[in-house]
Write a protein that binds this ligand. Structure first.
Ligand SMILES: NC(=O)c1ccc[n+]([C@@H]2O[C@H](COP(=O)([O-])OP(=O)(O)OC[C@H]3O[C@@H](n4cnc5c(N)ncnc54)[C@H](O)[C@@H]3O)[C@@H](O)[C@H]2O)c1
Ligand SMILES: [Zn+2]
Length: 343
């Protein structure tokens, strides 16, 4: 994994691996905004470009079939390397397509969104959505390298930057109290220099994933904010009001932090700081009370539950998380109402 601007040296390293060819995967947006930044280095004799449609709705097996078809038509073989240039959608999907093509070819990830740089490019989870369930078909496989270059973020829409930033806050809250203090100084995301913040955040996730690659224990800490957050995200997906992943988990983190004041040891003062900061950066998202039963239903289906009860990762303090905490549904409803009252 490297951090910092991409240079000829990166591609010299790739050349030295003597691949028979390079297949470059992009989406419409990364072709326009990101490919020009590396195009001069793409000088292999055998180069194939594959362009996908962007967006979560295209993260599916149909798009994979297009990718595989293009790979066969382009003559891609076992000794080729896939260069995956894009956000989390393209990284998850093209990594999956590469890892299953002819039983798997090597792939390199160049994440181009803040979310993919700090989150999806670490941990080896690849896959697509299927049967109306996110990431339900996939596998664990590691890229040969991940090259993280914040230069790509210059063209990323501000709302996407803000969405990815939620995962940075999450990493700090579960594992790095000092970074949490630093992040609270940030009020304008357009002025942030990401060069220090990204590696710090990635290292938190990397350390957790190394300890528990298959999510049997500590890796569940990364689910902080996601039990309620995912339910909210899924609910709003069916409305015409689209909520970005980070916006949904920001609301989720407020609510799950509030639960931690009753079901874990989080102090009222620490909770207050969390609530204040999230509301400042993300504002407030009213949730219709009529949606509460559906939200609970979605939480009951959460993959993380070990039995019929709804399972949370809760904070004991900023920088310290505890996993496998169950909370009665009445208290979840109460915290949804509480969150609404903040608007
Ligand atoms: N594998 C994992 O561990 C993991 C972890 C978290 C999230 N994810 C997955 O990540 C996905 C979300 O990723 P995302 O937030 O990066 O979204 P995304 O990949 O959809 O990218 C967001 C948008 O920005 C565009 N874009 C990308 N880079 C750009 C750039 N530099 N300039 C301009 N536009 C650019 C994309 O084309 C897209 O329209 C979800 O599918 C989620 O399931 C995976
Ligand atoms: Zn997330």
């Amino acid at each position: 994994m490297t951090f910092g601007p991409l240079t000829a040296e990166h591609f010299d390293w790739l050349h030295a691996r003597n691949y028979a060819g390079w297949v470059v995967l992009v989406d419409t947006n990364t072709r326009e905004h990101c490919l020009p930044l590396i195009e001069e280095y793409l000088d292999h004799d055998n180069l194939v470009f594959i362009e996908c449609e962007p967006g979560e709705t295209n993260k599916n097996l149909d798009t994979c079939q297009d990718i595989w078809t293009n790979m066969f038509e382009g003559g891609v073989g076992r000794r080729w390397c896939a260069i995956c240039l894009g956000g989390g959608v393209l990284e998850d999907m093209s990594g999956f397509a590469a890892s299953t093509f002819k039983r798997g070819i090597d792939f390199l990830q160049i994440p181009t969104t803040l979310l993919s740089q700090v989150d999806s490019s670490v941990g080896g989870k690849l896959g697509v959505d299927f049967y109306e369930l996110k990431n339900s078909i996939g596998l664990f496989a590691d890229p040969i390298a991940v090259w993280i270059d914040p230069t790509f973020l210059k063209t990323l829409p501000p709302r996407e930057v803000r969405s990815g930033y939620a995962e940075i806050i999450k990493h700090a809250l579960i594992a790095d109290a000092e970074q949490w203090s630093q992040l609270q100084q940030i009020t304008d995301l357009s002025l942030v220099d990401w060069t220090q913040i990204i590696p710090q955040s990635v290292n938190i996730k990397r350390e957790i994933v190394l300890e528990d690659p298959f999510e049997r224990g500590r890796r569940k800490a990364l689910n902080f904010g996601h039990t309620i957050g995912h339910a909210i995200e899924s609910f709003f997906l069916e409305t015409d009001q689209r909520l970005f992943h980070g916006e949904a988990i920001a609301a989720g983190m407020i609510m799950e932090a509030k639960l931690a004041t009753s079901f874990s040891r989080l102090s009222a003062t620490d909770y207050g700081a969390i609530e204040t900061y999230f509301l400042r950066i993300y504002g407030h998202q009213s949730i219709p009370e009529s949606a509460f039963p559906e939200l609970l239903g979605l939480m009951r289906q959460d993959k993380k539950n070990e039995d019929a009860r709804i399972n949370f990762t809760l904070l004991e303090a900023p920088g310290k998380a505890v996993i496998n905490k169950t909370v009665p549904e009445a208290d979840i409803l109460a915290v949804l109402r509480y969150y609404n009252s903040l608007g």
